[in-house]
Design a binder for this molecule. Structure first.
Ligand SMILES: [Zn+2]
Length: 83
């Protein structure tokens, strides 16, 4: 285990344009067991979990799910297992 003290900022942006002040605390991979294999990554944040309910559930789902190669770099680096 490596220390993950520096949690990446939540990438969620509200309809108003305000950025979520939470940090990423968890994730789930879909379509594969590793970040390299996964088709999508779903993120959870410290403030609003997966943000379901903040906007329409469809939009919230879209905003907290990323293709691995579309992840913000700090989050990608955080998710990537150390080699
Ligand atoms: Zn958030």
């Amino acid at each position: 285990m490596t220390d993950k003290l520096e949690l990446p900022a939540c990438p969620f942006i509200y309809v108003s344009g305000r950025k979520c002040r939470g940090h990423i605390t968890g994730y789930r991979l879909y379509g594969g067991d590793t970040l390299a294999d996964a088709k999508k990554v779903r993120l959870w944040c410290s403030e609003k979990y997966d943000h379901a309910g903040a906007v329409s559930s469809f939009e919230a789902k879209e905003r907290m799910e990323f293709y691995p190669d579309k992840l913000p770099k700090d989050i990608f680096d955080w998710l990537k297992p150390p080699n």
